[in-house]
Write a protein that binds this ligand. Structure first.
Ligand code: KIV
Length: 269
């Protein structure tokens, strides 16, 4: 990371798309992870409601609350100095009515310190996107495999394989962009469809399980570092195995406590 790197903004994202520069995005939920990835030069940090699965151990993202998202968002924004921070709106924080949606989006900015919010859905959420954008809160859309719709989808399945579904996804992405979203996440859709949507939309697309044709890529940090044992989707690439590193450190600690090697005189007063 260069010391002089300036803070990423929403217009910077747009400029990156215009010059064909790929946008690198990772999720973060706490101070140390956010600090490390910011120092490494990540463009955008997403405080995802995937926190529910990878940090809190829930089966789905549905139980995640506004309080939890605010807690994670504050921890991340205290650490990040240069990347753009986007906070997820959790299930039930934007679906009930527009005024609740606006208040909750505003809280993620005002109390969380994020620069933008993300919400899931296509044509059905355009009014909500418009209402939030009208408060000058930038919105990132999210279509395709939307984890908050797990029960409708019947599982975490690739979306848009059949032509009717693909047509609906094109319409969803177009509607989100026309409603004023500043970027859109395309999750779990065929690479060719994602590339087509990316070429059509003026706003940047950020793919996850959507192939290389998107303007940027996002992955869950716990997945790429080998911290999730339960489930590893095909689109995840593991860049490190910190579970093994943690395990080895903890094993050594337990052994040294049990055999009296720790604390040594250098750790004692
Ligand atoms: O919650 C999340 O982490 C997300 C990304 C996987 C796109 O929405």
């Amino acid at each position: 990371m260069s010391e002089s790197r300036k803070r990423m903004t929403i217009p910077d994202l747009q400029a990156m798309k215009a010059r064909g520069e790929k946008i690198a995005v990772l999720t973060a939920y706490d101070f140390p992870f956010a600090r490390i990835m910011d120092q490494a030069g990540i463009d955008m940090v997403l405080v995802g409601d995937s926190a529910g699965s990878v940090v809190a151990g829930y089966e789905t993202t549905l139980p995640v609350t506004m309080e939890e998202m605010l807690y994670h968002t504050r921890a991340v924004t205290r650490a990040v100095q240069q990347a753009l921070v986007v906070a997820d709106m959790p299930f039930l924080s934007y679906q009930v009515d527009l005024s609740e949606a606006r208040r909750n989006a505003g809280l993620l900015i005002k109390e969380g310190g994020a620069q933008a919010v993300k919400l899931e859905g296509g044509v059905h959420v355009v009014e909500t996107i418009r209402a939030i954008v009208a408060m000058d809160v930038p919105v990132v859309g999210h279509v395709g495999l939307t984890p908050q719709s797990i029960h409708r989808m019947g599982g975490y399945r690739v979306q848009g394989r059949e032509e009717a579904q693909a047509a609906q996804l094109r319409e969803d992405a177009r509607a989100v962009a026309e409603a004023g979203a500043c970027a859109i996440v395309l999750e779990g859709i065929p690479a060719a469809l994602a590339a087509e949507i990316t070429a059509e939309l003026a706003i940047p697309t950020i793919g996850i399980g959507a192939g290389v044709g998107c303007d940027g890529q996002v992955l869950v940090i716990h997945d790429i570092l080998g911290l999730c044992e339960k489930y590893s989707p095909k689109f995840v690439k593991r860049y490190a195995d910190i579970s093994a590193t943690i395990r080895s450190g903890v094993d050594d600690y337990i052994r040294e406590v049990k055999d009296g090697t720790f604390p040594g005189s250098e750790h004692s007063f």
